[in-house]
Ligand binder design. Structure first.
Ligand SMILES: *Cc1c(COP(=O)(O)O)cnc(C)c1O
Length: 390
């Protein structure tokens, strides 16, 4: 069998197979069972008249390239890009816009994206309007003559509100707007936005994709080649690329994405049901719950509900008490790891947001966010029960 036959066409295979057989899983030169880490900043020109494929690692590195092709395959896009963090990916994508242009953004977007738009990009003349994207009329009403892009995050963070992706992208296309979507919470295992018309998919790969709370990374995938060329120019020009070591570590984590997501999602569904029946919990946010207002739309555009459940324990005092009494989850910023992580948005991810804005977005003082890991769910429930009652 030749190498080509052995590899076949990765894009024709099912998701779980793509995770293991993405094209670079066997090193061509040595047959090594993982992508080599090309720890080199520069590359020798064997023939000065024909420049090598790789010449300098900011512009291109074979280990990073393997990761970039890998995420493009998983998202069903044309080109992938790896960055030093999720915010590096997001800020690079926003720099496709120019001074004087305007972007419409999901109201309860990730805190770092909110900070980027309201304290850095605004200074460079890039304007933004935050809208509740569960209300399509509000999205349409935000259109201005200088609007150039729509930035979605669905489910949103931390209240897990749902945006109708296809409805938004088809309207955006009619108005010549670029569409971007932060797919961190769902990952391509659960949601592939390019299939619903999105132009650029973004990830904090720090979360579920790497999955082990040990890598900081960001990824972007463009639907088409011309947008890919423009993003490549920005990635090379701005220089916030992911190192070869981190690219390798991220690929190592991504191979188990489906196995991890399946386990965590099953547990998250159980946790959400359990919390809904708990007398010490006033409100539960999870798109898989019957009462969730965005459930039907979410089910049309996603293959699962994810592993993040937010819930309200009624007051800041009770939230702080819960955080001090849990024994299993890491009490920390972040999510999407093998171990469960409990966060307190009001004092962690959304601490920089003015209190009125935070409350208006449903991020109350009693709201906590639980990212379900791979522990036995019975142990997690027993632990939460003692902490809630304590
Ligand atoms: C964490 C996160 C980011 C930022 O990613 P970093 O890797 O921390 O820079 C962006 N969007 C979402 C939804 C996140 O959870």
């Amino acid at each position: 069998m030749t190498e080509d036959n052995r590899k076949g066409k990765a894009s024709d295979r099912r998701f779980a197979t793509k995770l293991l057989h993405f094209g670079a899983e066997i090193d061509e030169t040595t047959g090594a069972s993982s992508v080599p880490i090309f720890q080199a900043s520069t590359f020798h020109h064997h023939d000065i008249f024909s420049p090598p494929e790789y010449d300098y690692s900011r512009s291109g590195n074979p280990t990073r390239q393997a990761l970039e092709n890998y995420i493009a395959l998983l998202e069903g896009g044309s080109r992938g890009f790896a960055f030093a963090s999720g915010m590096a990916a997001i800020s690079t994508a926003f720099l496709l816009l120019s001074a004087g242009e305007h972007v419409i953004v999901t109201e309860d977007v990730y805190g770092g994206t909110y900070r980027l738009l309201t304290s850095i990009l605004d200074r460079l003349g890039i304007e933004s309007t935050f809208v509740d994207m569960t209300n399509f009329e509000a999205v349409k009403a935000a259109l201005k003559p200088n609007t150039k892009a729509v930035f979605m995050e669905t489910p949103s963070n931390p209240t897990l509100k749902i945006t109708n992706i296809a409805e938004t992208t088809s309207w955006a296309k009619d108005h010549g707007l670029l569409t971007m979507l932060d797919n961190t919470f769902m990952t391509p295992y659960h949601q592939r936005p390019i299939e619903h018309g999105v132009d650029i998919v973004l990830h904090s790969a720090t979360k579920f994709l790497s999955g082990h709370s040990d890598v900081l990374a960001g990824l972007a995938v463009t639907a088409d080649e011309s947008l890919g060329k423009r993003l490549k120019q920005l990635q090379n020009g701005l220089g916030s690329v992911l190192s070869a070591q981190e690219s390798w570590l991220l690929m190592r984590g991504m191979k188990t994405l489906q196995a991890r997501m399946e386990h965590s999602e099953r547990s998250a569904r159980r946790l959400a049901e359990w919390l809904s029946n708990h007398e010490d919990v006033t409100n539960v946010f999870y798109p898989g719950l019957d009462g969730h207002s965005g459930r039907t739309i979410h089910e049309k555009q996603s293959l699962g509900y994810g592993a993040v459940v937010s819930f309200d324990v009624g007051s800041g005092e009770r939230a702080k008490s819960l955080l001090s009494k849990v024994r299993l989850p890491l009490v920390a910023v972040s999510l999407g790891a093998v171990e469960s992580i409990l966060s307190y948005p009001a004092m962690m991810s959304h601490a920089a947001m003015p209190k009125e804005v935070r409350h208006a977005r449903g991020i109350t003082d009693g709201l906590v966010r639980y990212s379900v890991g791979l522990e036995d769910i019975e142990d997690l429930l027993e632990d939460l029960d003692q902490a809630l009652r304590g």
